[in-house]
Structures are given as C-alpha cells and as structure tokens.
Write a protein that binds this ligand. Sequence first.
Ligand code: PLP
Length: 367
Amino acid sequence: MACDALTLANAGVRGLQPYQPGKPIEELQRELGLSDIIKLASNENPLGAGAAAQAAYQAAAADLALYPDGSGFRLKQALAAKLGVDAAQITLGNGSNDLLDLLGRIFLSPSASVVFSEYAFVVYPITAQATGARPLVVPARDWGHDLEAMAAAIQADTRLVFIANPNNPTGTWLTQAAIRDFLTSVPENVIVVLDEAYFEYGDEASDGVALLADFPNLVVTRTFSKAYGLAALRVGYSISSLAMADLLNRLRMPFNVSSPALAAAEAALSDVAHLQQSVAINRAGREQLMQGFAELGLTAIPSAGNFVAVELPVVAAEVYQRLLAQGVIVRPVGVYGLPRHLRISVGLPEQNSRLLQALAIALKADA
Ligand SMILES: *Cc1c(COP(=O)(O)O)cnc(C)c1O
C-alpha cells in the first residue's frame, strides 16, 4: 500500500516551499571547482566569533554527554542584567527564528490573520502559511514598513503583527517615536512582534526593550547570529511580559539551545570589544559599499543593518550568476518581491572591494 504523505499533510504545510538559504561556499566549490570564494549572502559577521566565545564553546566539549541546562539560567541572568529586565521575561530560542515560529504556533490558526510588510523577512510568510493564518501584507513605504497602513490593516481576527527593525532585506529602520506611536494605535489584544535581529548595528533604530513596560502586547526578539557572530550555534531570545514568556515556555521544546551555544553566547555577551569592533567594521564597510555602488551608477537602499540592497538596471538573477562564476556569493531577493535587487552582506574591506570589482565586470556584460 502506498502512503501519499503530501495529501495527508496539513493544508498550510502542503502549500510551503522549502526556505532557500544563501548558497554555501562548499556548494559553489563543488559546482564550479573554484577555491577562492567569498560569501556575502547571509548577513554573517565577517570577523567571525570572538576569541572568548570560541574558548567557551571549546570548553563545553568536556560535557557533551550531558543535556544542556534547559532553563538556560546563566545566559538568561546575563541577558537580564544587561537589558535591565527580569530574567523570567526572557525566553531562549534555537535562533530567534525558533521564537518567531513559536509565536506563530501560539497565536495563529486558519481563523486568524497576521499583518506584515511587503519586503519583510521570509519567516513571517512561512509562519502564516504553516499555521493557515491569513497574511495581510501591507505595501511598503520607501522600501520599509508603512506603520500607519499596517495599523489600518489590522482586522478583528488579527492576532499578530511582525515588524523587523532594522528590516531585512531592505535595511530600512524605524525610530523609537514611530514604533511608540504605532504601539499606541494598535489594539491591546493584538501581539506585536518586534524582530530586532540587527539591533546592535542600527544606531538610529528603536530599542524595543525600552517600550516593554508600556506595552504588554509587545514581544522583542534578538539574536546572537548577526553582530555577535554565532550564527552556527543557533541562539536567539525574546524579551516580553511574564505571561508571554510563560506561554513560549509551554511550547518551547526541552533543551532547544545546546550547551556549547549557551556557553558561547554568555561569553560573547561579555566580550564588548568584539561587538564594538564588529559594529565599527560594519559601519565602515557599509559606507565603502554605498560609495562603490554610487560609482557604478547604482542606487542602494540606505541600511541600518549589516547588508545593503542594491538595485540593478536589469533583473538580478543573471548578475547573481555572473558573480558566482567569479567566486562571489550574494543574495538574490526575488522571493522577497525585489527581482532587480541584490542583497549584499557587508564584508571585510578587501571582500567589499572584490565584490565591487566583480559587480562592475558582471554589469559590463549587459552594457
Ligand atoms: C537573521 C534574521 C533572523 C534570525 O536569525 P536566527 O539566526 O534564527 O536568530 C530573524 N529575523 C531577521 C529579520 C533576520 O534577518
């Protein structure tokens, strides 16, 4: 007897497409036989993890047979002290995507709707689709969130609003005042998820944690994957009301963050110098890219993140391929509704130079 798994799956799951990550370096090596490849595709920290985090990770190897501390006590204490919140307001996730997924599973269903922006992070539409909730996608304003239109889009059955600040893939950001006004206008029974994956890079973007005391319907998510350079380890967290943290902890899988990850994240949090260096090198690299794009006659969206979305005179797919042929991996963002843009992560100065040179060559082929 055959088992047709597809027809048995939940309707929302049947409609999903697998997430397309940035192309791994090894894959391009296999495909093209190139050896000198740079990847500026997944908004990773070009400096890598700091020495303290690496040492803590290695020390954790001594206890690999033991389950991790499922409550993440030490990391939560350290985060709470740094953020000035109660440790019980913090929920740890296997990357912050874990928390976005949990929030979707707690609040969304086929009888609910969820509001997010055009050009938003792909995990929001994935979460909507997986849970069967109706996505209310609000047209962007200047490539970013149109908060007034998002507030107006909220329906009686809306349970969640997702906002990324700074936004991925466009890099746009919202000020504290704009977020506060938005929260004031949103009904109290609508949960607002403020995804601050790029918080550490965005000096003018808002700090959602400072708004939590006034808005119990607010959940802020952050991650160690970007500025802290620990993407491989999958550690993220949310800061929320105690009631929200309690719900998240009911659904969170036991031991969702590994002990090497907990140890490395705790060490990374104390390594202020590495974070500062990461932010500084990003700011300089972002400038370098913006200037290089302007010299190529290209328009890029001003970014508060560790990446820049640049608009090409042609559909980006072909240029993406020509960059791959030169050993440079970037991210086409057609799936985000931006077919003429490439999203380029900020690298080290020499990587940025190489990207700009390769881009000039790739564009000449069209001239
Ligand atoms: C990278 C990213 C995340 C989450 O990454 P994790 O590695 O799962 O923490 C969340 N939101 C946005 C907007 C991102 O770009």
